[in-house]
Design a protein around this ligand. Structure first.
Ligand SMILES: Cc1cc2nc3c(=O)[nH]c(=O)nc-3n(C[C@H](O)[C@H](O)[C@H](O)COP(=O)(O)OP(=O)(O)OC[C@H]3O[C@@H](n4cnc5c(N)ncnc54)[C@H](O)[C@@H]3O)c2cc1C
Length: 390
């Protein structure tokens, strides 16, 4: 049995290792266009590889409920024990994020590469797959013949090569859901250049809808980083998943969830009586540039300034591009696949796993969780064995 895996990222590498672990007699080849496998994994979790999350079985963390059963079946405990089998010990941080005990993504990459070698997976680096043909149920990948093919091409966030997976899908007549950058910074209409570099903590509410009907979509607490023309920070990355250009998109930041409007107004009023200038009255509350911005927005009115600090509003006019994003939203339409195995409904023995499929998750290990789970599902279908019965 000859199996080709296109893409040597998280999902492709795990699929390759598992296939050879359980069927050493199979010939498994990974095609990777980079000069080495797992390049993206190196930058995950700020170089620490946040590879899973204790809430990864909660479907609310993904864009599609269809994977609910799968993520319940293969939860973080399953992945943690599989990683242990591969030689990677892990720990859970205070927020439920799971990391390798070494706290180093490079160690995870090294161990996964050692497993590829141990199980004799062929790895062909510097080999871009550009030609995919299907003739008499055989797959021709750059002219080499295979019985089974797994596409594990990932998404186009933070890459430095031409992404051709979309074209491959289209050449096979498969439907593609329009892709957007996700887990990225938000571009805002307001001029925030003067505040660029500032970090603030706040409760951020995301609103989306029409002028007449603007609905609260999500609320998250965290650190906001001002950029030249937008808002960044993990909280904004997470909220960026709500962006829809068809609607009005806004965020409102409550910079003082410890004080209500009246208390905040009283405090500004008291400061103003003491210091006799509004910028000085605000200096003990917020960074100077934020103070100046709200004074200008609210035309020196103290009540409105207090309200503004509790509802600091920004209109979202777009997302930062793929260079800045952590994942791609959209991808191969899930309707093209059997959701339990990720096998194509149109072509037998053709599988699609990982971020290239229209599944994306929020920050915190969810995207890698899906990469691992989809690889396991495909492999299990290929091997037709149940884990625990091997
Ligand atoms: C900066 C950053 C930080 C992140 N941090 C986290 C985190 O902490 N936790 C988390 O869960 N997720 C994180 N992610 C997201 C996570 O890395 C991805 O969701 C995950 O790697 C997807 O795995 P994959 O196997 O689908 O694709 P990838 O890991 O992207 O691998 C796809 C591979 O396919 C190769 N390829 C593509 N097309 C071809 C072709 N035609 N021929 C040959 N090779 C091809 C690519 O070169 C690539 O190596 C982060 C992403 C970024 C960019």
């Amino acid at each position: 049995m000859r199996i080709a895996i296109v893409g040597g990222g998280a999902s492709g590498v795990l699929a390759g290792i598992l296939l050879k672990m359980y069927r050493p007699e199979y010939e498994v080849t990974i095609y990777e266009q980079n000069d080495r496998v797992l390049k993206k994994l190196l930058s995950t979790g700020n170089g620490m590889c946040n590879f899973d999350n204790i809430n990864s079985n909660d479907a609310n963390n993904y864009n599609n409920e269809l994977i609910k059963d799968l993520i319940n079946k293969y939860d973080y405990k399953f992945i943690v024990s599989l990683f242990k089998e591969l030689g990677i010990a892990s720990f859970i941080d205070d927020e439920g994020r799971i990391y390798p005990y070494s706290r180093k993504a490079s160690n995870v990459v090294t161990i996964l590469m050692a497993n590829l070698k141990l199980y004799n997976v062929n790895v062909r680096c510097n080999e871009l797959v550009y030609d995919v043909r299907i003739v008499n149920n055989k797959y021709y990948i750059n002219n080499s013949e295979y019985d089974i093919c797994i596409f594990a091409c990932g998404g186009c966030a933070s890459i430095n090569y031409d992404y051709n997976f979309k074209d491959i899908c289209r050449s096979l007549g498969l439907n593609w859901i329009r892709n957007y950058p996700s887990l990225t910074a938000l571009k805002v209409k307001e001029n925030v250049k003067a505040m660029s570099g500032l970090r603030l903590k706040g409760n951020v509410s995301y609103y989306r809808g029409t002028k007449e009907d603007l609905k609260l979509i999500e609320r998250r607490n965290g650190e906001i980083l001002f950029k030249d023309d937008g808002l960044s920070g993990i909280v904004m990355f997470e909220l960026s998943r709500n962006y829809d250009p068809k609607y009005i998109n806004k965020v409102k930041i409550d910079l003082f969830d410890c004080l209500n409007n009246k208390e905040l107004e009283d405090m500004i009023q008291t400061n103003y009586h003491k210091f006799l200038s509004l910028p000085d009255a605000l200096i003990g509350l917020v960074p100077k540039m934020v103070g100046l911005d709200v004074i200008k927005r609210e035309n020196n009115d103290i009540r409105n300034i207090a309200n503004c600090l509790k509802n600091y509003e920004f209109s979202i006019i777009g997302l930062y591009d793929y260079n800045y994003a952590q994942v791609m939203r959209g991808g191969l339409d899930l309707k093209e696949l059997d959701i339990n195995s990720f096998e194509s409904l149109k072509y037998k023995d053709l599988y699609f796993i990982g971020e290239g499929v229209d599944i994306d998750g929020t920050c915190g290990g969810f995207n890698l969780h899906f990469a691992w789970v989809s690889a396991i599902c495909a492999v299990k279908n290929i091997l037709k064995i149940k884990r625990g019965q091997e």
